[in-house]
Ligand binder design. Structure first.
Ligand code: BG6
Length: 487
């Protein structure tokens, strides 16, 4: 599709996300000549900054490329207050001015990268100033996470947004959907004759999705302590990834067709009831440890974190998708901070052969695993059994391994590049739809409730730098999680 000329307005422009992710993503798009011919970025937040100061800040995360100065000329800044409708008049005037000066059509994409308390305020002020709709131009709204903090607040937020914008104008960002490797799930599954016939309960024993981070909460303790791994990673990113792994083939590769299939997966999740939470969900929190002679602080010692915090920095859960394809197949999700490495991967474990012909012990195991490495070292690894050369018929497991890095002349675009571009084009396929977001909250809500009301549900400590509490193993009675550093 054609990228029409437009202006991107970033609310929360003095924040971290803008300088670390959004501006660098825009610069990449600029270098690759993928931005609209006439384009501008207007940063907006409460801070008093000049255009020049905003451009200087942007510099920090941009590489020194010959086109840097030209790119920076497209960046503008406007300080705004968010109290009354009149507070947005300067913003509106500034937009007119930038559009007129650059002969840019008044197509606007508003990006909410502010504290969530402003998510319903800003759309209202935009609406009151006539900026949310136009007969002539498009108006879109990107909403960053967190999209609510529980089911009720997510529903409330959807209602609020829909007071001022139509669903088609709203783009709820989930940056995991912008990852090339997540999208490739669809191509792997639906463009190959050899995988999809096996992609069901008859041939698959279990599905694991692991997203491990070696970093801790860094400077985000204040936010994270009110969130925790369930809200921060599972409700959004990892359930969306599950949607891609488990969905039925969409009728066409279009936003609604794909998003309908994701919703159906979420609707088929077997609810985990409050009284079953300790059986299906394990939570943990990292404690102080020493790694390579270095003292690592425990979570409760981190800045912004309550000294008696019971917020989980690790979660592992098991659940089922009650539909024709997946009946009885456990889905396992695991994520945590301060684990031994940074890796996100999907592990499909296929069932064992029905009869063991070969004598050695190895023959009893399933050799067949497909590991889709979402990041880093993006790629796909297929494990299968092979005869150990020499006498007898001994079987060993070997790898077939594809790495994206082996593709020459190809760069894997960063998630924000892809998503920003999609919104500019008007393609919402890789954005979460309101009904699916609510459905995902419906699934996690009993877990939140049980943790809140039942202090007897343990939160296990795990030393920073380990794979989380050992209790997570109990979720897979006849097997074990894959530990990516080891194999
Ligand atoms: C964010 C979470 O949404 O995703 C962070 O708030 C987390 O806590 C991050 O670190 C992980 O993203 P990525 O792309 O680094 O896997």
């Amino acid at each position: 599709k054609q990228t029409e000329n437009q202006i991107l307005i970033i609310f929360g422009a003095s924040g971290d996300l803008t300088k670390r992710k959004l501006i660098p993503a825009l610069f990449e798009l600029y270098k690759r000549k993928m931005l609209p011919e006439k384009f501008a970025v207007l940063g907006a937040s409460r801070s008093q900054l000049s255009d020049e100061e905003f451009r200087l800040r942007a510099d920090e995360f941009l590489d020194d490329h010959e086109s840097l100065e030209d790119f920076k000329k497209m960046l503008f800044y406007q300080s705004v207050q968010n109290d009354t409708a009149d507070d947005f008049i300067p913003l509106k005037n500034r937009l007119d001015e930038i559009a007129d000066a650059g002969s840019i059509e008044k197509n606007y994409v508003f990006y909410l990268s502010t504290p969530p308390s402003l998510y319903s305020v800003i759309p209202k002020l935009l609406c009151k100033n006539g900026l949310s709709k136009s007969d002539q131009f498009f108006r879109r709204l990107i909403v960053e996470k967190p999209f609510g903090t529980d089911l009720e607040s997510a529903q409330e937020l959807n209602v609020q947004l829909l007071n001022y914008f139509e669903e088609e104008q709203i783009y709820r960002i989930d940056h995991y959907l912008g990852k090339e490797t997540v999208q490739n799930m669809l191509v792997t599954r639906f463009s190959n004759g050899i995988f999809e016939p096996l992609w069901n309960r008859r041939y698959i024993e279990r599905v694991e999705i692991t997203s491990a981070e070696s970093l801790g909460v860094e400077s985000r303790g204040g936010y994270y302590d009110h969130s925790g791994a369930l809200r921060d990673m599972v409700q959004n990113h990892l359930l969306q990834v599950t949607g891609f792994v488990a969905m039925e083939p969409p009728v066409v590769v279009e936003a609604d067709a794909i998003r309908n299939e994701i919703l159906k997966v979420f609707q088929s999740f077997r609810p985990i009831r409050e009284n079953e939470v300790s059986k299906y969900v394990i939570r943990g929190q990292y404690t102080a440890s020493t790694i390579g002679g270095k003292q690592i602080a425990g979570y409760r010692e981190e800045e912004g974190v309550d000294r008696l915090s019971r917020t989980e920095t690790f979660i592992a859960l098991k659940f089922f998708i009650d539909n024709w394809r997946w009946a009885g197949v456990p889905f396992l999700i695991r994520t945590g901070k301060k684990l031994p490495t940074r890796v996100t991967e999907i592990v499909i474990t296929f069932r064992k052969v029905p009869h063991h012909l070969f004598g050695n012990n190895n023959d009893q195991h399933s050799h067949n695993q497909m590991i889709i490495r979402i990041q880093p070292d993006e790629g796909i690894l297929l494990k299968f059994g092979m005869k150990t050369p020499g006498a007898g018929f001994n079987v060993q497991t070997v790898n077939m391994d594809f790495h994206y890095s082996d593709l020459t002349n190809t760069t894997v675009p960063a998630a924000y590049e892809r998503l920003l571009l999609d919104c500019m084009i008007g393609d919402a396929t890789l954005y979460a739809r309101g009904d699916a977001v609510e459905q995902a909250w419906k699934f996690v809500q009993p877990i939140i409730n049980a943790w809140q009301t039942n202090p007897e549900i343990p939160i296990y400590g795990y030393p920073a730098g380990t794979w989380g509490p050992e209790e997570a193993e109990r979720l897979i009675p006849n097997g074990s999680w894959r530990y990516p550093c080891k194999n």
